[in-house]
Design a protein around this ligand. Structure first.
Ligand SMILES: Nc1ncnc2c1ncn2[C@@H]1O[C@H](COP(=O)(O)OP(=O)(O)O)[C@@H](O)[C@H]1O
Ligand SMILES: [Mg+2]
Length: 262
């Protein structure tokens, strides 16, 4: 839609270890490097996005928990990162209790949406979800314009995907009629593995246009980077994984331009 201030993208997949957090960190970094103003919201109690961006636990005085509880806003909780133009709302283990704490409230699914009304100053907001369809993920889907799905190139990928797409439909019918699929990004691709090739071609056959052309390769530099508190793009710009995430960012921006022009 023309005139929309920002694009809120939820990065979701109910499976763990498929590359959600890695995609959140590196896509966000690549978008920021291209000159977009980007906010990551870490909505996983594990806090991997926060750690991977070098935010120490003691720095996390306010977090996504405070946003959901409603005690503080985005502008109170936001922290800068080592990447210019990239900001984060970190998470803490407090998030584990949120479900119980807000379960009785009629607006429990809309807590993040309300908080993100304060995020108009960012071009992109990427929400990194936990690996389940819980109240946190529902908040992320209710708040978002679209869902970006990282899909690991492995045998059960398609099965998990149909479950996810059903959930998105359900969210559309109930809390967010305008929720789009932003796209599906294939992660940890290993060209030497025949099965991976097969998964790529199956996913493309089933989902066509929705699948990004960029394939994120399995790359050891990408997996090393978080232990240095850095996005792969800062840790090793030249590695194949970093280059792939830069390419993904330009695809995302290109699609966004087309969508806005439509
Ligand atoms: N392209 C990649 N190449 C190699 N390792 C990767 C790649 N993407 C993710 N990983 C590693 O796989 C693990 C799971 O990725 P992560 O992004 O944390 O998944 P999720 O957030 O879906 O649980 C992490 O150890 C991460 O470093
Ligand atoms: Mg994660």
């Amino acid at each position: 839609m023309v005139g929309e201030k920002n694009r809120i993208i939820t990065i979701a997949n109910q499976k763990g270890g498929v590359g959600k957090t890695t995609t959140a960190i590196n896509l966000a970094t690549a978008l920021a490097a291209i000159g977009e103003r980007v906010l990551i919201v870490d909505l996983d109690p594990q806090g991997n996005a926060s750690t991977g961006l070098g935010i120490e636990r003691r720095e996390r005085k306010l977090s996504s928990y405070d946003l959901l509880i409603g005690s503080h806003g985005v502008l109170d909780a936001v922290l800068p990162t080592a990447v210019p133009n990239l900001f984060i709302i970190p998470s803490t283990m407090d998030l584990l209790g949120i479900e119980m704490e807000i379960a009785q409230h009629g607006d429990r699914v809309f807590r993040l949406k309300r908080a993100l009304s304060e995020a108009a100053g960012f071009d992109y907001v990427l929400v990194d979800c936990p690996p389940s369809f819980n109240l946190l993920t529902m908040n992320a889907m209710a708040a978002a314009h679209s869902v970006l799905v990282p899909l690991q190139c492995e045998f059960f990928a398609l099965e998990g995907l149909s479950q996810l797409l059903e959930t998105v439909d359900q969210v559309r019918r109930t809390v967010n009629p305008n929720l789009d699929i932003q796209g599906i990004v294939l992660t940890m691709f290993d060209a030497r593995n025949n099965l991976a090739q097969q998964v790529v071609s199956d996913v493309r056959t089933h989902l066509g246009e929705k699948v990004y052309h960029t394939l994120i390769p399995r790359n050891v530099r990408v997996s090393e980077a978080p232990s240095y508190g850095k996005p792969a793009i800062l840790y090793d710009l030249k590695c194949a994984g970093s280059q792939a995430y830069l390419q993904l960012a330009s695809e995302v921006i290109q699609r966004e331009r087309l969508r806005r022009a439509a």
